[in-house]
Ligand binder design. Sequence first.
Ligand SMILES: C[S@@+](CC[C@H](N)C(=O)[O-])C[C@H]1O[C@@H](n2cnc3c(N)ncnc32)[C@H](O)[C@@H]1O
Length: 246
Amino acid sequence: MVKMQTFPHIKLPNDFKLVLTGDGSPSLQFFATDQLDEVMHHSAGAFSESLYIYQESLELAFSKTDSIQILSAGLGIGYNEILSVAHSLQKNRPISSLHSYEVIPYLKNQFINWLSEKPSDLTEVYQKILQMSADHYGVESTRIYDQIKALYETKSFMLHDSITEALEKSQERTVIFYDMYSNKMNSTIWSEEFLTDLIGKCAASSCVLSTYAATGTLKRALRTNEFQILDKPGYSGKRQSTLATK
Ligand SMILES: C[S@@+](CC[C@H](N)C(=O)[O-])C[C@H]1O[C@@H](n2cnc3c(N)ncnc32)[C@H](O)[C@@H]1O
């Protein structure tokens, strides 16, 4: 059970609510309609879930290739971006490019404001994630922030809108984080046809993909694109997640 609103001084638009998860890290609940809402992370721990599901794929990519080109689908509040930069600093391995997709302009803009040192509603949230990442990887939080900012300013970190934009031209990403809402929020982006097309266009010949989900449509799309699926249990007692390589 998610504990509700623990940052009462942070004012957000009515369709968002900040929640505290079990490991002390923040997550965001999005109210798409009165009947449909979703919390972005597992109630047991947003930070630990992001670390468990996504950072193993980056670790695998470090062992497979020198060119770390990340596609991160679902910026949300930026866990995967902040953790990846912290991880790369700890390993002393550069990230060549980081392309993040976020369909909600508000979330994209808050992150850009933070990186541009402008007021952002979510500064405290990003700072908390930054500090937890710094503690986990043993890297100064200012170094992580400076590095994300530098990647953004040199256009090595780019923020895009809908993930459907990634279909417009073929790209060569060596790491894919697919952290989208569930099927009930948007069935198109979990359909076999969409996933087959997306993976076919975005995965480099050597690539690692991870996501918290383990659907049949995703598995078929991965096999069609010659990925091998590794057996990985889900986070916090969930039966399965997906880690796949080619
Ligand atoms: C589970 S949350 C991602 C959590 C995020 N990785 C984090 O670390 O906070 C899913 C995110 O995907 C975004 N999203 C949903 N549909 C999208 C689409 N078609 N294109 C890009 N982003 C999308 C949502 O707005 C939401 O921020």
